[in-house]
Design a binder for this molecule. Structure first.
Ligand code: GDP
Ligand code: IMO
Ligand code: MG
Length: 428
């Protein structure tokens, strides 16, 4: 059996949580492979909305094993709160949740480092979620970080103190002092809780599951344009958000990769700083924000909104080897008479291209738009693919033709049920 992977193709918040939850019943295992509490994955069903940060989105299906892989940076405090919330809603996640002993630990001091580092960047700040992601990955790559398995060691406290001392010096270098207050006690209580859970060598668990024919879905966090190598650097996150990250973040060999679901909105959003060629700073952007309720699931920040950008989608599809596309939130565009689609960029030299320049940051790009008729029908009321309006079908075909990958799922609302499957679509 293969590992299928679901990846965001834009700047995150494409609707990954919803689709993982929808696809989950056909899998035995759902695994997160990178990121941490910077993620906010929303699921809606039976009239209730759930936001998950570190726990995989298969958790509401009791027969599915959910794994937090080695590539994840885990904040025990946030994690305990998440588990408690699930408990309050009657979900006993401890039974079907497994945590890699190699996952990295986010310490309270990592969050302080995130804040002081952002403050020092001033107007050039990344717009981090301030969850300690960057500093924790820095420690991992710098080979000084702590991992989940370390909490089982008798000298864990000393190793914790040693790392915090390093952090203290760095915070002082920024001209501030490290005062963790009650956070330390909360951290150690959360670590005690973590110790009581199923801590595993998840690379063995996953590879044995593969051998025995189990189906695995890897759930990406963030989006391809936030990837540390190929995203809009330096305005990116600190992990490999691409398919390649699932190999290193779970211990899966590339030859075991099966379907790659690439998920994108019918328009585009971004939260935090950095380039966004199709951003709409006018009332159209505001209209999308309101209709799409585009406010961050993790930080509540208003998301920047703009038209769909095909050159970036082509780029993400290329980097991930996407085999199926999922278009999300098409229902949000109901009110518009026409819908714009960025097909190319015009460079300052006058050249028209559909490729991304080395840096979106330094190149001033002018989006080249095609304008398509809007559908003016509330897609949320439609529950069969056959009943989709012609203008919307034309929009789908236009995007599909450009991207040369079939759109197999169209999502028309936040609820699990508002999901239309398109079988047997051929492109090209
Ligand atoms: P993720 O981080 O990729 O899981 O996405 P988020 O949960 O951060 O953001 C997606 C938001 O859009 C959530 O509030 C979802 O409930 C909502 N959503 C998902 N799919 C649809 C859809 O098709 N239509 C509408 N209107 N909302 C959707
Ligand atoms: P999900 O999984 C959208 C953005 C932040 C910031 C940049 C770096 O819900 O799609 P970080 O905290 O990682 O240092 O922030 O990345 N960012 C996200 N934007 N969705 C996310 O996750 C994000 N996770 C991080 O806003 O611009
Ligand atoms: Mg999100």
């Amino acid at each position: 059996m293969a590992v299928d992977i679901l990846i965001g193709l834009q700047w995150g918040d494409e609707g990954k949580g919803k689709i993982v939850d929808v696809l989950a019943p056909t899998y035995d295992i759902v695994a997160r492979f990178q990121g941490g509490p910077n993620a906010g994955h929303t699921l809606e069903f039976e009239g209730t909305k759930h936001v998950l940060h570190q726990i995989p989105s298969g958790i509401f299906h009791p027969h599915i094993q959910n794994i937090i892989g080695n590539g994840v940076v885990l904040d025990p405090i946030v994690f305990r709160t998440e588990m408690q919330k699930l408990q309050d809603r009657g979900v006993d996640a401890a039974k079907n949740l497994f945590i890699s002993k190699k996952a990295s630990l986010i310490l309270p001091s990592h969050k302080v480092l995130d804040r002081v580092s952002e403050e020092a960047l001033g107007s050039g700040k990344i717009g981090s979620t301030l969850k300690g992601i960057g500093p924790t990955y820095q420690d991992k790559i710098g080979r000084v970080g702590l991992r989940v398995g370390d909490i089982l060691a008798p000298d864990f406290k000393e190793r914790y103190n040693k790392l915090v001392e390093r952090h203290r010096k760095t915070v002082e270098f920024y001209g501030q002092s490290l005062d963790l207050g009650e956070q330390e006690q909360t951290f150690f209580e959360a670590v005690d809780y973590l110790r009581s859970l199923q801590l595993v060598d998840s690379e063995y668990m996953i590879n044995e599951a593969l051998k025995s024919g189990k189906r695995i879905l890897a759930e990406g966090a963030q989006g391809s344009l936030l990837d540390v190598d190929f995203g809009t650097y330096p305005f990116v996150t600190s992990s490999t958000t691409l398919v390649a990250g699932a190999c290193t973040g779970l211990g899966v060999a590339p030859r075991h990769i099966g379907e790659v679901y690439g998920i994108f909105k019918a328009y585009c959003t971004r939260v935090g700083s950095g380039p966004f060629p199709t951003e709409l700073l006018d009332e159209v952007g505001e209209q999308i924000r309101q209709a799409g309720r585009e406010f961050g699931s993790t930080t509540g920040r208003p998301r920047r909104c703009g038209w769909i950008d095909l050159p970036t989608l082509k780029y993400s599809i290329m980097l991930n080897g996407v085999t199926q596309l999922n278009m999300m939130k098409a229902d949000v565009l109901t009110e518009f008479d026409t819908i714009k689609v960025c097909t190319h960029y015009k460079l300052p030299s006058g050249e028209i291209t559909d490729q991304l320049p080395h840096s979106l940051e330094t190149e001033s790009l002018e989006p080249v738009y095609a304008e398509l008729p809007g559908w003016k029908v509330d897609l949320n009321l439609i529950d069969s693919i056959e009943d989709l309006p012609e203008a919307f079908n034309n929009y789908l075909s236009f995007v599909e033709e450009h991207l040369q990958v079939p759109i197999t799922i169209v999502s028309v609302g936040p609820d699990r049920k508002s999901t239309l499957k398109r079988d047997n679509v051929q492109v090209g």
